[in-house]
Design a protein around this ligand. Structure first.
Ligand code: DX5
Ligand code: ZN
Length: 217
């Protein structure tokens, strides 16, 4: 099980300070939301930020590409130092190729599904993925409410992976995860928990510790 604070909720004027607090609190990986102003309206981080982050933390950087042309970005983010890269199935017509390209760069590869995208969109390529990122909100913004239908959906995916020889493929949950609902996501089969507004505010290190305790870490 891994706790992944989302940098989207950090204070961008004090990114180094917040990243050090995430480290101190026991984060396992750092979630980096890359938005292109096209797949989703906001524009966030580019590869330059990933390069800069590498100077202040040794935690693996989990780059979630919310972009219309992920194939154009994989190489740049891998070269910048991303450890994990995930791409949305909705905009990846050549998923096998894209996932394998991510792995050829030495990164863990993930396929992402929006809340209304059928799970089947991930099935054919799941064998080429290290993880499936199931969105529990519609992407683009932090601070949204967790969509409850995520839970049965996550259970169905976990069962499908386990019964198809893919029990090593992990499920990452992203959106609306707080200290009081994280356990539900874990019980449904998620093992990588992204949390922005639920953890990255006030005493970040203390919040991460509380999250770890909430899920029995
Ligand atoms: C939303 C992003 C999330 C976001 C989560 O599009 O993919 O990673 O940072 O933020 P919270 O935890 O506040 O919902
Ligand atoms: Zn994300």
């Amino acid at each position: 099980m891994m706790i992944a604070p989302s940098l989207l909720a950090a204070d961008f004027a004090n990114l180094e300070r917040d990243v050090r607090a995430m480290d101190a609190g026991g984060a396992d990986i750092l979630h980096v939301d890359v938005m292109d102003g096209h797949f989703v309206p906001p524009i966030t981080f580019g590869p330059g930020i990933v390069t800069a982050l590498k100077r202040v933390t040794s935690l693996p950087l989990d780059v979630h590409l919310m972009v219309t042309n992920p194939d154009h970005q994989v190489e740049q983010f891998a070269a910048a130092g991303a450890a994990w890269i995930s791409v949305h199935a909705e905009v990846s017509p050549h998923l096998h190729r894209t996932l394998n390209r991510i792995k050829q760069h030495g990164c863990r590869a993930g396929v992402v599904l929006n809340p209304a995208t059928p799970l089947e969109f991930a099935f054919e390529a799941a064998g080429d993925a290290d993880f499936v990122l199931l969105m529990s909100v519609n992407p683009g913004y932090g601070g949204q409410s967790f969509i409850p239908s995520f839970l049965p959906r996550c259970e169905r995916l976990r069962t499908w992976l386990d019964t198809n020889g893919l029990s090593h493929v992990e499920i990452e949950v992203d959106g609306g995860i707080k200290i009081d609902n994280a356990r539900d996501a874990v019980n449904a089969g998620a093992s990588i928990l992204v949390s922005g507004s639920g953890m990255v505010h006030g005493d970040i290190a203390a919040n991460i510790k509380a999250m770890r305790e909430a899920v029995g870490l």
